[in-house]
Design a protein around this ligand. Structure first.
Ligand SMILES: Nc1nc2c(ncn2[C@@H]2O[C@H](COP(=O)(O)OP(=O)(O)OP(=O)(O)O)[C@@H](O)[C@H]2O)c(=O)[nH]1
Ligand SMILES: [Mg+2]
Length: 245
């Protein structure tokens, strides 16, 4: 059994007051509505029904916590950016997400899931800004990579990597597909390392496991994953929470 395969549903939270007490390290999955967060979590945990997946955007309306046998937590966050969500609910989640990212002491890494066809939206960039001061690692998953041709996926990967180098240097990025299981092993290694399971994966062939198959050379320039927190957890709580416009 892999480290992440031991994930089991723990509880849901509607507000910051409902969160389980901060303690074991946790990794959160954030992203736009329908980007593929719950599917990514399920692919990594190798349990198709663990987090709820839906064709209807805005399906995950709670913060869902999953506990690992070793004690860490995986957190499926509600998606943002879905226009048809009532304004009051949108504001509620904007406040909860920004405060959670900025103040949650035990959050040791962020997985930011983006639909590869719509990467780095304004709200994705807001998530990066909120989380950046903590200095903890970020893994950007360019999800639904199966929706693009291999060359288009590679192109987007390089473009996003270039932009991230400017706006969030602590972020690494890789291709991902829950459907075709592209990049699952790489993401698993990175996240498991954050949670203390295994040594950090060496910077190495890109998630281009799928690209290998196509005969393309793997990229060598992926930034290392599994960085350690630069600040003590107690410093996280001192960051002021800002509201999402
Ligand atoms: N082709 C393809 N479709 C995917 C992939 N991952 C997710 N999907 C589909 O995208 C839709 C949304 O997936 P979810 O995992 O529920 O997305 P989410 O980000 O959790 O959505 P919310 O909880 O609503 O914010 C579903 O119809 C999934 O089947 C993928 O890798 N490839
Ligand atoms: Mg979801």
């Amino acid at each position: 059994m892999t480290f992440l395969e031991s994930a089991r549903f723990l509880r849901s939270a509607h507000d910051l007051g409902d969160l389980p007490p901060a303690g074991p390290p946790e990794v959160a999955f954030a992203g736009r509505s329908n980007a593929g967060k719950s599917s990514a979590l399920n692919a990594l945990a190798r349990q198709p029904g663990l987090a709820h997946v839906s064709k209807t955007p805005g399906r995950t309306q709670l913060i869902n916590f999953f506990r690992l046998a070793a004690g860490g937590l995986l957190v499926d966050l509600p998606g943002y950016g879905f226009a048809r969500v009532p304004e009051a609910l949108r504001r509620h989640w904007a406040r909860v997400l920004s405060e959670y990212l900025q103040t949650r002491e035990s959050l040791c890494g962020l997985v930011l899931v983006m639909d590869i066809r719509h990467p780095l939206t304004a709200l994705d960039q807001a998530m990066l800004r909120w989380f950046r001061p903590a200095g903890s690692p970020i893994l950007v998953l360019l999800a639904k990579a199966d929706k693009l041709s291999r060359s288009a996926a590679q192109r987007t990967l390089h473009e996003v990597r270039g932009r991230l180098a400017e706006i969030a240097p602590m972020a690494s990025v890789q291709l991902f597909s829950a459907l075709k299981r592209i990049g699952v092993e790489d993401a698993d290694r990175t996240i498991s390392a954050w949670l203390g399971a295994v040594p950090a994966a060496p910077a190495g062939p890109d998630t281009d496991v799928a690209m290998h198959a196509s005969g393309e050379l793997p990229s060598k320039d992926r930034r290392g994953s599994g960085r350690k927190n630069k600040k003590a957890p107690s410093q996280r709580g001192k960051l002021g929470a800002k509201r999402l416009k």
